[in-house]
Design a protein around this ligand. Structure first.
Ligand SMILES: CC(C)(COP(=O)(O)OP(=O)(O)OC[C@H]1O[C@@H](n2cnc3c(N)ncnc32)[C@H](O)[C@@H]1OP(=O)(O)O)[C@@H](O)C(=O)NCCC(=O)NCCS
Length: 302
């Protein structure tokens, strides 16, 4: 069974003209157009990094030539490989299918992929709320978590600890929602996370957190939690594959893999251009402000 966990620190990426134009040539035209419409450079860079991560994964791990990869989105936005449909030679038994997912928030973009299991990933940076106090922010978010989860989140002493617990729970919930691909249509009160007493530390992947769905503990789902740095929580949800009836879930998932940090050179190492160079794409990118003023000023307070 294969596992891939990749992270790119796209927040500090300062692309040169040739980096940006080359990256734009290596993604599908509609994605290039979508990224071109972002107002802020930070969002354009994280979305671009996400597309390159997906294509690098499909190319290098699924063995599909870059130019043949056709990624599409489900009606709710989840990317999937639409072509080529046949990704492995005729063999019996067939290798388990890969599932993959992306997240970009804070300073990173991350990709998680798994063979034989359904995967969702979410990264969250612990930041102070921009326009309200922490208690007011929590009040606005009341319905996103259960009473039990709020008791855990608010049991931390300092506000920063409470926010870190909040974003940890958020990443867990989102990772599940992203694995099942439902997006906004899911009632978040149906899932409740139970954290182990073991602390989450950097350089260690924690796999003891349990999910309850409709008040029943879900043994089929595994959650891998890591800290990319002190402020960035990542959760990877691993569940039974969509076609679990034909390919049963492996009884014990492979040992947890920590995230490998990739550079821009790693990202484009196997890339090949799909479209012609478009100099106006750089002119438009270099005019963008990095991020909204408020985000540039927001610091975590510890
Ligand atoms: C897409 C969604 C599922 C996650 O978005 P997000 O957390 O803002 O953003 P992330 O960076 O983690 O993920 C974005 C990526 O997820 C992928 N994605 C988009 N829709 C998806 C879906 N329905 N399912 C899984 N993955 C999806 C895409 O690759 C997207 O990046 P791209 O558009 O650049 O390719 C979001 O629209 C959503 O519906 N979230 C639930 C909202 C909520 O109330 N959450 C509260 C949690 S407590």
């Amino acid at each position: 069974m294969g596992s891939v966990r990749w992270a790119v620190r796209c927040g500090s990426w300062a692309p040169t003209r040739s980096d940006w134009l080359f990256a734009a040539r290596c993604i599908q035209r509609e994605e290039k157009d979508r990224i071109g419409q972002f107002v802020f450079a930070k969002d354009a860079k994280s979305a671009m990094t996400g597309r390159l991560l997906l294509r690098k994964f499909v190319n290098e791990r699924m063995g599909i030539p870059w130019a043949e990869i056709r990624l599409e989105r489900s009606p709710r936005g989840k990317p999937y490989l639409a072509a080529p449909l046949k990704v492995s030679p005729d063999s019996d038994p067939k290798p388990p299918a890969w599932s993959f997912n992306l997240s970009h928030q804070g300073d990173y973009a991350v990709l998680a992929a798994e063979q034989g299991m359904q995967v969702g990933v979410d990264i969250m940076k612990t930041t102070m709320p921009g326009s309200s106090s922490v208690p007011e922010f929590f009040r606005i978010m009341t319905r996103q978590f259960t009473v039990y989860e709020w008791s855990v989140i608010q049991s931390g002493g300092l506000e920063h600890q409470q926010l870190a617990a909040f974003y940890r729970h958020w990443a867990l919930k989102e990772s599940f929602i992203k694995a099942i691909g439902t997006g906004l249509g899911f009632n978040l009160q149906r899932v409740e996370f139970h954290l182990p007493s073991e602390p989450l530390t950097q350089k260690h992947v924690l796999r003891q957190t349990k999910m309850h769905l409709d008040e029943e503990e879900e043994d089929d789902w595994v959650f891998e939690e890591s800290l990319l740095d002190a402020d960035h929580h990542v959760a990877v949800a691993l569940g039974p594959a969509d076609n679990a009836a034909s390919a049963p879930l492996c009884p014990t998932p492979p040992p947890p893999t920590s995230f490998t940090l990739l550079s821009f050179s790693d990202l484009i190492a196997s890339a090949s251009p799909l479209t012609e160079e478009d100099p106006a794409y750089w002119e438009s990118f270099k005019m963008k402000a990095e991020a909204p003023q408020r985000q540039q000023e927001t610091h975590t307070s510890k």
